[in-house]
Design a protein around this ligand. Structure first.
Ligand code: BGC
Length: 493
């Protein structure tokens, strides 16, 4: 008997069903069997990779405001960043792991405090190190995506008032010009700022990040200055490197009413979402702050059109209950949904619910609010899960939702997972583990988690197959393929 799994692949739609023909010849004749397998295929040229930030990975960054914050005892876990994941010495060996996962992109950030350690003193050895990293990525056929400011800045800049002082924007732009002039032959995909909303709210309102303030007015001012700094940096980069792709990313968080029929909960949730996400996106797009922010903030100058893509960072959603005792938090009590599947909790904060549909809702909303004017990239999405017992399913379900958005016509061009190797999680130190690869920060030993194998398979196939879901998270079979089938029937209906 000859049993031949023959003629694979008769595609029924652009991406949904692959049919396999099995030809079985026996002395009683030849039989042809057909089996169907569902799969979610991503568009050709889709960027797959991971995202990271200098301070969290490099180690030895002792000249920025985060190091001082750590020395002042503010890391909630009591950890120190130390060698971090030791990228200053050995990033390339982790890039090799990313290459083995067939990633075709990798996002990292430059540490301004290394490049300009003192005002207008430029360190060419720091640039050489970045040149080596970027060259290594290119050699491995990974597109380098470089963030110019990911939460850290040199002490001299912080001591001049950082981004709370609009006059300091010029220092940032000067550094950007310097970095682009020296690295533009190796990179043409830039993010000016990572999450202006998180930087401002955590540092100036909640006091969890440096400089540890609790001042709403200054929070708003910092947001405005960051957005203006993005605009100035955009023009500077476009002048130096006209072909560059330039953007920034915001952290988008969803807030849903705890009691959907309770108007005060609905209003409190909407207010959270408006202030944290949409007011900022709108200002970045139009240059104008909406009521009541426009009473406190000057419009941005020359803002419209200053981005080539929208960077979307998505992690979680929160439930909101109206609470009159919390005027400082816009009358919202925020919490994780009861019985939700959650990330590992941090020492000081909850990393929240794992809510896959959120990534789809955010993509749709950003697309709608920007009238589809630019492509979108998921510049971060990830899960804190040291045992890796929830991450494989979470990856599959989030990607199925990204796929659904693409099927509905939203131009999502890439997905960068946060993060490749466990890294130093800001105020939470080593207590939160977001890596596809586990790191022992004391020995620098790396152990790939199951999620690394899964992510590698997805990138290699540019698709999610039924077989992958069966092996990594069979319980997600229906949510992974159901999401896409629902989208298809909505689109064709
Ligand atoms: C930040 C990362 C951080 C991640 C996980 C994002 O908001 O950009 O630097 O590690 O969240 O908390």
């Amino acid at each position: 008997m000859v049993n031949q799994p023959g003629l694979v692949n008769h595609s029924l739609s652009s991406c949904h069903m692959v049919q396999y023909f099995y030809i079985s010849a026996t002395d009683k004749g030849v039989h042809v069997f057909m089996a169907s397998k569902r799969l979610l295929r991503f568009p050709e040229g889709f960027l797959w990779g991971t995202a990271s930030a200098a301070h969290q990975c490099e180690g030895g960054n002792t000249n920025n405001q985060w190091y001082r914050w750590e020395r002042q005892g503010h890391i909630l876990s009591g950890d120190s960043c130390g060698d971090a994941s030791d990228w200053w010495r050995r990033a390339e060996s982790d890039f090799e792991l990313a290459e083995q996962m067939e990633n075709n992109a990798l996002r990292l950030s430059l540490e301004w405090s290394r490049i300009e350690p003192e005002e207008e003193r430029w360190d060419s050895t720091a640039l050489d190190r970045y040149r080596a990293m970027l060259s290594d990525l290119r050699r491995r056929h990974m597109v380098p995506i470089v963030t110019l400011h990911h939460f850290t800045e040199p002490l001299w800049f912080a001591d001049r008032g950082g981004f709370a002082n609009p006059e300091n924007i010029a220092f940032f732009v000067r550094y950007v010009r310097y970095a682009i002039s020296h690295l533009q032959d190796l990179c043409d995909f830039w993010l000016t700022f990572n999450e202006p909303n998180v930087y401002a709210v955590m540092g100036y309102l909640l006091g969890i990040f440096p400089p540890g303030e609790h001042d709403l007015k200054r929070t708003l001012l910092v947001i405005r200055n960051l957005l203006q700094a993005h605009v100035e940096a955009f023009y500077a980069i476009s002048e130096l490197q006209p072909e560059a792709r330039i953007g920034y990313c915001l952290h988008y968080r969803l807030f849903d009413p705890a009691r959907p029929l309770w108007p005060l909960d609905v209003a409190a949730a909407a207010l959270q979402e408006e202030s944290f996400n949409w007011a900022i996106l709108r200002a970045a797009e139009t240059g104008h702050f909406s009521v009541p922010l426009n009473f406190a903030l000057e419009p941005l100058v020359r803002a419209p059109g200053t981005r080539d893509y929208h960077g979307v960072n998505y992690y979680t959603r929160e439930m909101v209950r109206f609470d009159p005792t919390k005027p400082g938090e816009l009358f919202a009590r925020r919490f994780d949904r009861l019985n939700a599947i959650v990330n590992d909790p941090g020492v000081g904060e909850s990393f929240g619910e794992i809510y896959p549909e959120g990534i789809y809702r955010v993509l749709k909303e950003v697309y709608k609010r920007t009238r589809g004017n630019k492509p979108l990239y998921i510049t971060e999405n990830g899960f804190s899960n040291v045992r890796d017992d929830r991450r494989p399913r979470a990856i599959l379900e989030h990607l199925a939702m990204v796929h659904r958005a693409i099927q509905e016509g939203i131009p999502v061009r890439g997905y960068l997972h946060w993060t490749l190797v466990d890294n130093f999680e800001w105020a939470e130190g080593w207590s939160a583990r977001f890596g596809l690869i586990e790191l022992n920060p004391h020995t620098q030993e790396r152990i790939p988690r199951r999620s690394a194998s899964l992510f590698g398979e997805i990138c290699r196939a540019n698709a999610i197959t039924e077989e992958m879901v069966e092996r990594f998270a069979p319980e997600a079979m229906e949510t992974v393929f159901g999401a896409s089938e629902r989208a298809r029937s909505e689109v064709t209906a």
